[in-house]
Ligand binder design. Structure first.
Ligand code: PEP
Length: 249
């Protein structure tokens, strides 16, 4: 059975005090779930967040990391640094990293390798831009993003990889892929994985949807057979909204 996951990507929001407040609110809203729940605060708040939620089912995860182990990479954080404070999961390939920090498939393949070598689980994000969707190239764009960054891996590596399909045109825009568009793409992703790694592996990989998931649309999106949860941006900054989404399962 695939894991159901709802992960909140806080992006560059919340200072330390705001982080503590939101975590307190999340704890109050929490009730035991089948779905795994994760939050990704900024680097400066990871250690504090991790300690606050140490014995709690909500997992604290990182938004990014560098591929190198250590060295002259000013401003960066390595996989082993994340591990050293207890972090187990990292988001890689978010469209904002691709767009604003020029992260390419080639670079992401290196980050994927470094994360796996350090025993981190990955939420690997990808998705087409509006122009790709309009020109009908959305499947081939997504296919090449997955192939270029992940298809050098053995099937066993996918035990530690969660995929997040996030159409760029739906992120932070209030525009959501329809449940049918999400399902069609998730089924296509699963077929692409099955062609390379076989049906058993492809059926075991959780594929999350991300892009303006809100309390009022989560149920329909999560109800689709190939959607195993969500990566949530804006709505994860409000404890009530975030748990309304989690409870949509
Ligand atoms: C995201 O940042 O991954 C995301 C899906 O954002 P939002 O939910 O705000 O569209």
């Amino acid at each position: 059975m695939r894991k159901q996951i709802v992960a909140g990507n806080w992006k560059m929001n919340n200072d330390l005090a705001q982080t503590e407040t939101l975590i307190t609110e999340l704890k109050m809203q929490y009730s035991p779930q089948d779905a795994e729940i994760m939050i990704a605060p900024s680097f400066t708040n990871l250690w504090q967040s991790f300690n606050t939620l140490k014995d709690h089912a909500i997992e604290v995860i990182a938004q990014n990391m560098h591929f190198a182990e250590s060295g002259a990479y000013t401003g960066e954080v390595s996989a082993s640094m994340l591990k050293s404070i207890g972090i187990q999961t990292v988001i890689l390939g978010h469209s904002e990293r691709r767009a604003f920090f020029y992260e390419t498939d080639e670079l992401l393949a290196k980050k994927v390798n470094a994360a796996l070598q350090n025993g981190l689980r990955i939420i690997f994000c990808f998705g087409e831009e509006l122009k790709d969707r309009k020109s009908g190239n959305h499947e081939s764009v997504v296919e090449s993003q997955i192939k270029n960054a992940l298809f050098h891996l053995e099937a066993s590596a996918f035990e530690n990889i969660v995929l997040a399909y996030e159409p760029v045109w739906a992120i932070g825009t209030g525009e959501t892929a329809s449940p049918e568009q999400a399902q069609d793409m998730h089924a296509f992703i699963r077929k692409t994985l099955a062609n390379k790694y076989g049906k058993e592996t492809s059926e075991s990989i959780s594929i999350l949807y991300g892009g303006s998931v809100k309390p009022n649309n989560a149920k329909e999106i999560f109800g689709k057979p190939d959607v195993d949860g969500g990566l949530i941006g804006g709505a994860s900054l409000n404890a009530e909204d975030f748990f309304a989404i989690v409870n949509a399962f």
